[in-house]
Ligand binder design. Structure first.
Ligand code: URA
Length: 240
């Protein structure tokens, strides 16, 4: 008898999506087991015995794991495919990486910088789930200036919609040409969080770049290019 696992875990083990996104796929009616549509998250399958289809295509366990860092340019969506046919981050790798990989978390269409891609759902879970508090550092260029009070508010946590952000590390780096450059480190990953945090203190982000995730840095990787993570980087992110 093969190992029995939850359906969402199996989908993640096959490198199709992170466990959380796999749950959404199930709820959205994209997954069948042995020909039967499954929408319940508690469903378990037997590896090797049950046939799982995503979007009517059979999936199988990913044999080799991929861990990739991309320097995402502005103008790409952080998904595998886009309903509006915009270019996706996967398009930037598909000529060279033939395995199915997906982005670990998300950078906005108008944000550039460090984006990880993988076919390892557990790795994606480890890096993105808020309970692990993995730091993400951004360089934000804001229009105009920011007050001392604004910086203090960002450091303490600001109210965005229905929640208050955790304390952030914030450092003003530069101010010239009508733009102020600020380095900000957060460990949460709400939708457009950095932009909304600045909005909450009356500032508008003109440019946003992610430069590191934990101690893994973008370095001098050119815009639009990618590289494999080192085993040291993978182990560090898995265990940090
Ligand atoms: N915060 C944002 O506002 N945008 C991103 O892309 C990432 C973090």
């Amino acid at each position: 008898m093969g190992e029995i696992v939850r359906l969402q875990k199996y989908i993640a083990m096959c490198g199709v999506a992170s466990r959380r996104n796999a749950e959404t796929m199930i709820e959205n009616g994209r997954v069948k087991v042995n020909g039967v549509l499954i929408k319940e998250l508690g469903t378990k399958i037997e590896i090797g015995a049950d046939e799982v289809l995503v979007d009517n295509k059979p999936i199988k366990l990913a044999s080799k794991k991929y861990y990739i860092m991309l320097n995402k340019p502005v103008g790409y969506v952080s998904t595998v495919s886009d309903q509006f046919d915009r270019p996706t981050v996967v398009d930037l790798l598909k000529d060279e990486v033939k395995t199915r990989i997906f982005p670990v978390g998300r950078l906005d269409y108008d944000t550039e910088g460090l984006l990880l891609l993988t076919n390892d759902g557990d790795f994606a879970y480890r890096v993105t789930h808020p309970k692990f508090k993995t730091d993400k550092t951004y360089i934000a260029k804001i229009n105009g200036g920011i007050t001392i009070k604004g910086l203090a508010m960002l450091r303490r946590g600001v109210k965005i919609e229905d929640y208050t952000t955790s304390p952030a590390e914030v450092e003003m780096l530069d101010a010239q040409g009508g733009l102020t450059t600020i380095k900000i480190t957060i460990h949460e990953g709400r939708n457009r969080q950095v932009r909304k945090m600045f909005e909450a203190v009356g500032c508008r982000v003109a440019q946003l770049q992610r430069i590191s995730i934990g101690k893994v840095e973008l370095g001098n990787l050119p815009l639009g290019r990618w590289r494999h993570l080192t085993s040291h980087e993978v182990n560090y992110l898995m265990n940090s």
